[in-house]
Design a protein around this ligand. Structure first.
Ligand code: GNR
Ligand code: NI
Length: 192
């Protein structure tokens, strides 16, 4: 069977669809697998590290993450910064799929990270979130998993979980900073 790729259009703020509270996935069928495949194609094409289904207009509690988004087919870049000629290993893909994810016992300790979002292009701002959390989710067969997340994974999954609840990272900013971000976005759109 030929592999059919679909890069889907990514919805951008202030599109009201991004405020949707997405519905649980209750059917673990081939259509779900195709959607997940298309979400990965879309995320890699956009050079993102995560993508929630609502960002491509599908209001389901489903998200994908790959913290190593470099193309594994990419040619290793030669470099000779220390006089020797060697090659960087191309980064391996680490695709992860989270169906109906839930966040359990977020840490009291917070961590600040400068976030961006494919639905809020070219805007970056510091957001405070719990540094660690447990996540429970289902895979494409409906099996339940649970894992403790920290570091970039904790940042990313909480950012993506927000999308499932209709929340963008700019909603964590002060009203002034949020309106500045939205104005900048509007201006960039007019210029394009
Ligand atoms: O690609 C993305 N990078 C990113 C950087 C810091 C914090 C969160 C993210 S997620 C973002 C992709 C995206 O918009 N997912 O919803
Ligand atoms: Ni996002």
């Amino acid at each position: 069977m030929a592999e059919i790729m679909a890069i889907l259009p990514i919805i951008e703020a202030p599109d009201p669809r991004l405020k949707t509270v997405s519905k649980p996935v209750d059917t673990f069928d081939d259509q779900l697998k195709i959607l997940v495949h298309d979400m990965f194609e879309t995320m890699y094409d956009a050079h993102g590290i995560g993508l929630a289904a609502i960002q491509v207009g599908i209001p389901l509690r489903l998200l994908v993450i790959d913290l190593q988004p470099e193309d594994e087919d990419a040619e290793p870049e030669p470099c000779d910064h220390d006089g020797h000629h060697h090659h960087h290993q191309p980064t391996k893909k680490e695709p992860r799929i989270f169906v109906n994810p839930e966040i359990l016992d977020p840490s009291a300790e917070l961590k600040t990270y400068q976030e961006g979002c494919l639905s809020v292009p070219d805007i970056y701002a510091d957001v405070d979130r719990p540094a660690m959390c447990r996540v429970r989710w289902q895979d494409l067969d409906g099996n339940v998993h649970e894992e403790q997340m920290d570091g970039m994974m904790a940042v990313c999954i909480q950012h993506e979980m927000d999308h499932l609840n209709g929340v963008l990272f700019i909603d964590h900013l002060s009203r002034l900073k949020r309106s500045m971000a939205l104005k900048k976005l509007e201006k960039a759109r007019k210029a394009a």
